[in-house]
Write a protein that binds this ligand. Structure first.
Ligand code: TPP
Ligand code: MG
Length: 329
């Protein structure tokens, strides 16, 4: 783990515990969703973010409930971090009527306006233009202390929509945080095969935008970096780019034979996953004992066990409701 700028964080045991439980909850949610998929209870496909837990959790921990967030196709951790109800999200994954989207959206469309989650998005790079719209609404209504965060990946960073959005947000000084989760791959394609300049942070320079960078497997570094970036944005300075370097140890989606990377590479990142690193940090610094961290894991396991039990008992959507929520009323 890197240098901690705000040492008082280390005394805030409740906050540190919350960060760990959230990461464990995201991890457990996805492991269980994987099994439910295998049982035929999840339809369509699904993108897991196992190994990337610190990005979604660390970023959203630095945001307020009212901040807006646009999640990606790999957005379970982003949505759970932002505060979506776990039961409702599990019900959505199982296509139940009481899910976040009434069972009609699924994994790639989780949305929860009460917690500022304007939706996940299956269109790679599709978040950028929407974030500009949300940012413009904050600016025109002069809403104080609010930002919109748009998550996107290294692959999406080459999409025209993202580059155009960064330019527009910079030109109009919009309160947008562009959160680039660099997990090294866009599906099976490594970043260095599709870009000449691997320094993704420099993308911001082209638009006159301030940028930040952090170790995306270090949850405290992610939190502190995004907090600083958010302070800059809410002070009225315009948008920022935050590059978070991480790695997805799970496959790209449900259909991934992992033929594009070695077992050794995956193992290296499993050994350096953000939950393990945070556990080591907490224990080595005497903040929590191993047993206390085990209790956090038990808490997360219970949250997810209960969510599965809840979701399985929920009704399926009915055909009569097919067109509900499709048109604005
Ligand atoms: C516009 C568009 N192009 C292609 C796809 C197919 N696709 C789904 S995920 C993905 C890879 C995206 O890579 P990245 O942005 O790095 O995100 P990651 O999957 O690594 O989280 C692609 C190409 C899509 N969903 N939308
Ligand atoms: Mg990627």
């Amino acid at each position: 783990m890197g240098e901690i700028k705000d040492k008082s964080l280390l005394e805030n045991k409740e906050f540190l515990r919350e960060l760990m439980v959230r990461m464990m909850t995201v991890n457990k949610f996805e492991e269980v969703a994987f099994w439910l998929f295998g049982e035929g209870l999840v339809h369509g496909t699904m993108h897991l973010s196992i190994g990337e837990e610190a990005t979604g959790v660390g970023t959203t921990a630095a945001m307020t409930k009212d901040d807006y967030l646009l999640a990606t196709h790999r957005g379970h951790g982003q949505a759970l971090g932002k505060g979506v109800n776990v039961n409702a999200m599990m019900a959505e994954i199982l296509a139940r009527a009481t899910g976040t989207n009434h069972g009609k959206g699924g994994s790639m469309h989780i949305c929860d306006f009460d917690n500022g989650i304007l939706g996940a998005n299956g269109i790679v790079g599709g978040n950028g233009p929407i974030a500009c719209g949300a940012g413009l609404s904050i600016k025109l209504q002069k809403i104080p202390n609010r930002v919109c965060a748009a998550f996107f990946g290294d692959g999406a960073s080459n999409e025209g929509a993202i580059l155009e959005s960064m330019n527009l947000a910079a030109a109009w000084d919009l309160p947008v945080m562009f959160i680039l989760t660099n997990n090294t791959y866009g599906m099976s394609t490594p970043l260095d095969r599709v870009v000449k300049n691997k320094d993704l942070r420099q993308r911001a320079d082209a638009f006159g935008m301030k940028s930040y960078e952090c170790d995306g497997n270090d949850v405290l570094e992610v939190y502190e970096t995004v907090k600083e970036a958010r302070d800059y944005v809410v002070a009225g300075n315009g948008p920022v780019l935050v590059v978070e370097h991480t790695y997805r140890t799970s496959g790209h989606s449900k259909s991934d034979g992992n033929l594009y990377r070695t077992k050794e590479e995956i193992q290296y990142w499993k050994d350096n996953n953000p939950i393990k690193r945070f556990r080591d940090f907490l224990v080595e610094n005497g903040i929590f004992t191993n047993e206390e961290v085990d209790e956090m894991q038990a808490t997360a396991d219970k949250i997810i066990d209960e969510a599965v039990e809840y979701a399985k008992a929920q009704p399926q959507p009915v055909v009569e409701d097919l067109e509900a929520d499709v048109y604005a009323e």
